[in-house]
Design a protein around this ligand. Structure first.
Ligand SMILES: Nc1ncnc2c1ncn2[C@@H]1O[C@H](COP(=O)(O)OP(=O)(O)O)[C@@H](O)[C@H]1O
Ligand SMILES: [Mg+2]
Length: 347
């Protein structure tokens, strides 16, 4: 047997279990039903919405107008809006309720939270904007130098050589940028499966020092590596760990003036190995510290560019470390230097 009471109970169960806020209005725009989600959206206690009009709650005029429109015209109406006092963005969908002769009896309004989707859209379009800008800058410069060469500068061999070496540097920057973007997207899309194995971080650091040796000697930097013996192995994807170390040591080299000092330390803390890279470089202003791990964020764009930076190094570091269950941190003082650190789990 299917009684009205049973139907009502079912309907209430459905409405209560919904994440979306649902409000049902009668022909006079009075609320005849509202689920829990609706009560929390409008910050009222249980049952407080019943027999009220939205106007009485002094809420959004836009929604009240929408309901009037649905009740008058019998058309469905959509809108996207922020409902005070929340900061969430809702997609609001109002539909008429009609009887069997198509007479309008009331309206149902559903509020669907689309904040995450909208934030994601915005992040994506900012990212695309940043990437395009980063690609355009070296391309514009390459094009300019090529045109000048073709216009006759080619005839002078010294100028020709100088311009070609600039073009070479810009091309290198473009390919580094593409490499970094591919690395980021591979880690983010989890296409690059992380394969953690026992790794000796001391060996990884030694091999990075080998790779960056020429840059270190070129700037006459003094590098010290301090670690207790024996140090337990960590669980890491060796290639990715190498990338983390390269990016951090590369920054320490780039942002430290000639003759400066870099200290790399490793120590065991609980079930982790914490590694830090301290330099005596230019440091990072207090207000920029929380942002340095963001993609494309640079304290000094011109300086980063002139050093061949892509602005992606630290965001890659953060991604790799966090995808291993570790953490990154930074401490810095302008004019004194910076310490970047990260942790990995021991085996
Ligand atoms: N060791 C450091 N000392 C001073 N500033 C640093 C250091 N490491 C990073 N930064 C700042 O953080 C920014 C972002 O670093 P990163 O993501 O590696 O990009 P970049 O390609 O510019 O090196 C740099 O442009 C720089 O302003
Ligand atoms: Mg860098």
């Amino acid at each position: 047997m299917n009684t009205i009471a049973q139907d009502t109970r079912k309907m209430n169960a459905i409405l209560t279990s919904m994440v979306d806020a649902v409000i049902v209005f009668d022909l006079n725009a009075k609320i005849i039903r509202a689920n829990k989600a609706a009560e929390s959206l409008f910050l009222v206690r249980e049952g407080a919405l019943l027999n009220k009009q939205l106007d009485e709650l002094k809420k959004d005029q836009e929604i009240s107008n929408m309901i009037c429109e649905v009740l008058e015209t019998g058309n469905e109406v959509f809108t996207e809006t922020v409902i005070n006092p929340s900061t969430q963005i809702y997609r609001v969908h109002a539909v008429p309720i009609k009887d069997e002769w198509e007479n309008i009896e009331g309206a149902v309004v559903v509020f669907h939270d689309v904040t995450d989707a909208r934030n994601f859209d915005q992040m994506r379009s900012e990212f695309v904007g940043n990437v395009s800008h980063e690609l355009r800058t070296p391309l514009t410069s390459i094009k300019g130098f090529v045109e000048t060469l073709l216009d006759g500068a080619m005839e002078n061999s010294a100028t020709c050589r100088r311009f070609l070496s600039i073009i070479d540097a810009e091309t290198n920057r473009l390919s580094r940028l593409i490499e970094d973007l591919l690395t980021l997207s591979a880690i983010e899309s989890r296409e690059r499966i992380i394969q953690p194995k026992p790794v000796c971080i001391v060996r990884s650091i030694a091999s990075v020092m080998n790779i960056l040796g020429p840059q270190i000697s070129e700037k006459d930097l003094f590098v010290e590596f301090i670690y207790p013996y024996p140090l337990p192995m960590i669980l890491a994807d060796e290639d990715l760990l190498g990338q983390v170390l390269i990016n951090l040591v590369d920054n320490a080299i780039k942002y430290t003036p000639h003759g400066g000092k870099i200290i790399i330390r490793c120590r065991k803390k609980d079930s982790r190995i914490v590694a830090t890279i301290t330099d005596t470089g230019m440091g990072i202003p207090h207000e920029s510290i929380p942002r340095v791990f963001e993609r494309f964020y640079r304290v000094d764009k011109a300086r980063s560019r002139s050093q061949g930076g892509t602005g992606l190094g630290l965001s890659i570091v953060k991604h790799i470390v966090e995808s291993h269950g570790g953490e990154v941190f930074v401490d810095s003082e302008v004019g004194k230097g910076s310490t970047f650190g990260f942790s990995f789990l021991v085996v």
